[in-house]
Design a protein around this ligand. Structure first.
Ligand code: SAM
Ligand code: DTB
Ligand code: SF4
Length: 333
């Protein structure tokens, strides 16, 4: 087993990015095989349980009240509606149900419904994940007591680039919630977005932050920016197409995440719809072992199960019911 390190330097991570592509992929695949089944991919399904009208101003997001994206805001969904969607996700083979709310942080009055959603989804035999924004100690305790399996809270970029992405909160705010979640014993899901106009040194800084956390996140989503009209970053990309992440650079980012966080499950997340099959196949070779299934992410489209089924058949991949080895390795650190 490769050693799980938390003392990566930026120079070491930059040097990984600079390796010849074949060497990088070989290293990533070697690390991957020591910690994970190389042909199993964890399957998660997303649902937006509360859409739009968010007080934060994340430059990529369709759901911020600061951006004119034409998205209709809605209230928190009823528990029964959420459970219907979870049942459907399970019937389609998904293993984890990820519920996202467009909040800066939850209101205490919403917590009873949130707890009921977690308990109900767990009863269906699915793993649960929530992403609700910043949490207080009390709210984190309630999520843990309800048995929440994962909390998603992304760092999104390097600390230096963060001010270009969002100004209504700081990187330290994010780190604080992540620490609360970790201390409460909930698995951390934390990653970010590439293709926001950042350069490679920002991608190095982003992965460096993740790989030097006290514990590596159990799950690391790597999103490619989905450009949304009316958002600052979506509009930036429309006027500057060369800022779009290059496919090979995206695969490199996945490979470096795999090498620096060997036991984590790395998710090939938003942006798959505009990636060809060959790029996705390279991501799996580079160590990605999770995807979002279904034809919706939160507010935008996703590749959908027909295309996924075809791709998995071509590549001989299968859904993994629980990558327990990766999780055990993190727990044993
Ligand atoms: N409000 C919560 C929060 O910010 O933590 C949860 C929902 S938020 C939509 C979850 C994550 O989705 C963001 O941190 C970001 O990484 C990702 N995301 C949102 N919009 C995206 C886009 N247009 N392209 C790629 N990733 C996106
Ligand atoms: C993550 O890293 N990506 C997911 C999930 N965590 C919550 C969200 C992707 C959202 C893509 C844009 C949208 O559909 O609004
Ligand atoms: Fe709100 Fe989350 Fe969107 Fe930021 S990413 S605007 S916090 S929903």
């Amino acid at each position: 087993m490769t050693l799980i390190r938390h003392d990566w330097t930026r120079e070491e991570i930059a040097a990984l990015f600079e390796l010849p592509f074949n060497t990088l992929l070989w290293q990533a695949q070697s690390v991957h095989r020591q910690h994970h089944d190389p042909n199993a991919v964890q399957l998660s399904t997303l649902l937006s349980i509360k859409t739009g009208g968010c007080a934060e101003n994340c430059g990529y997001c369709s759901q911020s009240a600061s951006h004119e994206t034409g998205l209709k805001a809605s209230k928190l969904m009823e528990v029964d509606e959420v459970l219907d969607a979870a049942r459907e996700a399970k019937a389609k083979g998904s293993e984890r149900f990820c519920m996202g709310a467009a909040w800066r942080s939850p209101k205490d009055r919403d917590m009873d419904s949130i707890v009921a959603m977690i308990e109900g989804v767990k009863e269906l035999g699915l793993e649960t994940c929530m992403t609700l924004g910043m949490l207080s100690d009390d709210q984190t305790g309630r999520l843990a007591a309800a048995g929440l399996d994962y909390y998603n809270h992304n760092l999104d970029s390097s600390p230096e680039y963060y001010g270009k992405v969002v100004t209504t909160r700081t990187y330290s705010d994010r780190l604080e919630t992540l620490e609360r979640v970790r201390q409460a014993g909930i698995n951390v899901c934390c990653g970010g977005i590439v293709g926001m106009g950042e350069d490679r040194s920002d991608r190095v800084g982003f992965l460096h932050t993740l790989a030097t956390l006290p514990e590596h996140p159990a799950s690391v989503p790597i999103n490619a920016l989905v450009p949304i009209k009316g958002t600052p970053l979506g509009d930036m990309l429309a006027g500057l197409p060369e800022a779009q992440i290059d496919d090979i650079e995206f695969v490199r980012t996945v490979a470096v995440a795999r090498i620096t966080m060997p036991a984590s499950v790395v998710r090939l997340s938003a942006g798959r719809e505009s990636m060809g099959e060959a790029t996705q196949a390279l991501c799996f070779l580079a160590g990605a072992n999770s995807i979002f299934t279904g034809d919706r992410l939160l507010t935008t489209g996703n590749q959908g199960s027909d295309a996924d089924g075809k791709l998995f058949a071509k590549l001989g991949l299968r859904g993994s019911l629980n990558d327990t080895e990766g999780l055990r390795a993190i727990a044993a650190e």
